[in-house]
Design a protein around this ligand. Structure first.
Ligand SMILES: C[S@@+](CC[C@H](N)C(=O)[O-])C[C@H]1O[C@@H](n2cnc3c(N)ncnc32)[C@H](O)[C@@H]1O
Length: 270
């Protein structure tokens, strides 16, 4: 059994926009760590992080062309676990929210806890949070499904077209193992084919990129579903499909609710 007072682990989110999204609590995890590992989308963000801590180690060099993505992520976990087992306070810093569409932070926390270490995840502002603000929609209005785009190709999933559909990692759709490198229009054409089972080809598709630097503005492109395959897309964009059909009332449930209301009123009157 390890001594839980020795090494400890935190995985924190830096938020999306450099300098403005970091929470005081995430910052304190960074500052109090013995060693900081960084998996950030932007080298400028890494430089900024280095101003908060003298020992920031980038996890980016583990990526390589042709190398399976999972191998890279397992190496990240191994790097953080090695310092944790050496008794250090380890902080993993990830862009956005460390627990959203990110495998390694969940895995390293699970492994650390299984070995008896204290481990904590500190949330951050994710691309999801930014898109509600920038695109101006509330996921509670019609409901909202989120999928990793590739999962729609690999698995049988049911899309509810009465709500919003948010697709992550569309730029690398169909990339089953190799690196984080972008796949081309032929891969996205398969995604469009899958989506056309549920949506008309002329349905609106929003290609969204939130600002990562304070001097930038969000990029919002509105195209049609049929144009999605040919649209230029990087690994940093998220795709949103607004609802295609109106909400259908559930008459049976509404009747039962009304019956309950009436019974309640009768009981109060008696
Ligand atoms: C591996 S996930 C990481 C998400 C991150 N943990 C978060 O909380 O936003 C990468 C995906 O996040 C989305 N993403 C990353 N940067 C983005 C940005 N600047 N604007 C919009 N979406 C972004 C894209 O869907 C991208 O494929």
């Amino acid at each position: 059994m390890h001594d839980t007072r020795r090494g400890s682990l935190s995985c924190v989110g830096l938020g999306m926009t450099l300098g403005s999204h970091l929470t005081p609590l995430a910052r304190s995890h960074i500052e109090q760590a013995d060693v900081v590992f960084a998996a950030l989308s932007d080298p400028i963000a890494e430089e900024w992080l280095k101003r908060m801590h003298p020992d920031v180690r980038s996890l980016q060099p583990h990526y390589a062309e042709g190398k399976p993505r999972m191998k890279t992520y397992r190496e990240w976990v191994a790097r953080m676990m090695a310092d944790l087992r050496a008794g250090k306070r380890v902080c993993g810093v990830f862009y956005g929210h460390p627990g959203i569409f990110a495998w390694s932070p969940h895995k390293v926390i699970e492994q650390a806890r299984a070995e008896g270490y204290e481990a904590h995840m500190e949330p951050g502002i994710s691309a999801e949070d930014c898109l509600y603000a920038d695109l101006g929609f509330d996921p509670g209005r019609y409901g909202c499904q989120h999928f990793e785009a590739s999962q729609l190709l690999y698995c049988e999933r049911r899309i509810d077209t009465a709500g919003y559909l948010v697709l992550w990692q569309v730029g690398v759709v169909g990339n089953r193992s190799v690196g984080r490198f972008e796949t081309g229009p032929a891969y996205r054409a398969l995604l469009v084919e899958r989506l056309e089972q549920d949506y008309p080809p002329g349905h609106e598709v929003i290609v969204y990129r939130g600002a990562t630097l304070p001097i930038e503005r969000a990029r919002i492109q509105r195209i049609t579903l049929r144009e999605l395959a040919g649209a230029p897309l990087t690994a940093e964009e998220t795709v949103v499909l607004p609802p295609a059909v109106t909400l259908q009332p559930n008459r049976a449930m509404l009747d039962r609710l009304q019956a309950l209301d009436l019974r309640g009123q009768e009981a109060t009157a008696a």
